[in-house]
Design a binder for this molecule. Structure first.
Ligand code: UFG
Length: 335
């Protein structure tokens, strides 16, 4: 079976991708320090507990596992924290990636899919963001993602490391079977927070900014179901395993929804209106981020099929109800 090393495979997008790899007949081996990831989310292959900052550990795992491909998710991802503690982000994300790339260089240089973000485009005015839009990140988190993208290009020149960069828009929704789902600590994302507010488990949702130049004054985002994202990773990896060259793809649906539209959908799906209050803008939020999904469709044959807003919210709500049982099992859900 084709063995794939998945760094950060115990996290949200990583665990959904492991399920997709397994369904595609591949064997994921997860490398994760379990600080933000969860051991209960590793269900489709072995778990190697380790930190990418530990050079010897990742080198040892790569040498022993001999992966035929790699998907690199492991990363710190909080934009706000990256602004107040940039050193933590540069050290963890960039030094961690260097250690991983060096370990791959010392082995057989398997091809890599890299989990990047639309945040690399910064404050673009483009209505639909294609890969040709100039990159200009506006926070340290985005800078680290961009730095790794550049690093991959440089390593390819020297080592032949073929790689595909996937720039996600807003990952959302959960596994249809509720075997895994989204658990962040702290949670900052709109959909899980709106669901928790509707369920009465949190205080009112704050709507960050109502004076944006959008139809209803709130920010517009391109929400992409995590199962569709996982499928894109498998397609990208297959392409590399078949000998394909390096590339960059934006992963979004190409439709935008405002915060108010998301809040209304959550209220309808949960059956209780979301208690919400208007608040100031959150620093660094662009008014609109919507993908031009043409290149991913043409280059990967990728057509999202789970990403209607209703299905995203329905699967997130299903997971929200199921996770209470999963997280209450002895020994689970400690982080
Ligand atoms: N929002 C609220 N209230 C909340 C939380 C979010 O109004 O309590 C709004 C935000 O201001 C934003 C929208 O809902 O307009 C979506 O916010 P999320 O935090 O869910 O997602 P972001 O668009 O901020 O973040 C996503 C990814 C990041 C990535 C970023 C790129 O989660 O990893 O896109 O801009 F960096």
């Amino acid at each position: 079976m084709t063995r794939i090393l998945v760094t950060g495979g115990a996290g949200y997008v990583g665990s959904h991708t492991c399920k997709a790899l397994s369904q595609a007949g591949m064997e994921p081996v997860v490398f994760d320090h379990l600080i933000s990831g969860h051991d209960w989310a590793v269900k489709w292959g072995d778990l190697e507990v380790g930190d990418l900052l530990d050079r010897d550990r990742i080198a040892e795992v790569v040498g022993r596992v001999c992966p035929e491909g790699v998907i690199h998710f492991a990363s710190l991802t909080y934009v706000g924290e990256s602004v107040t503690d940039p050193a933590k982000y540069w050290h963890n994300n960039v030094t961690g990636a260097i250690n991983l790339l060096d370990a791959l260089t010392a082995a057989n240089v398997p091809p890599m899919v890299f989990s990047s973000s639309c945040t690399v485009y910064g404050m673009t005015d483009a209505d639909f963001i294609a890969e040709t839009v100039p990159v200009a990140p506006i926070n340290p988190y985005g800078n680290t993602k961009r730095a790794i993208e550049i690093m991959l290009q440089d390593y390819e020149v020297a080592t032949g490391l073929r790689h595909i960069v996937l720039r996600y828009f807003n990952a959302a929704g959960c596994d249809a079977d509720a075997e895994i789902g989204e658990v962040h600590e702290p949670e900052t994302h709109l959909i899980p927070l709106a669901i928790a507010a509707a369920a009465g488990d949190r205080a009112a949702l704050k709507i960050f900014g109502t004076d944006y130049p959008t139809a209803d004054g709130t920010c517009v985002r391109d929400y992409i179901h995590v199962t569709d994202l996982a499928d894109a990773h498998v397609r990208a990896l297959r392409q590399l395993l078949d000998g394909g060259g390096s590339d960059v793809f934006n992963l979004g649906v190409g439709d935008g929804y405002s915060v108010r539209e998301v809040v209304d959908t959550v209220g309808r799906v949960v059956g209780t209106p979301v208690p919400a209050e208007e608040d100031a803008r959150r620093p660094g939020d662009p008014a609109r981020l919507v993908a031009d999904a043409t290149h991913a469709r043409d280059g990967l044959g990728w057509v999202p099929s789970h990403s209607s807003l209703d299905n995203i919210v329905a699967t997130a709500w299903n997971w929200y109800q199921a996770q209470t049982q999963i997280l209450s099992r002895p020994g689970d859900g400690s982080d």
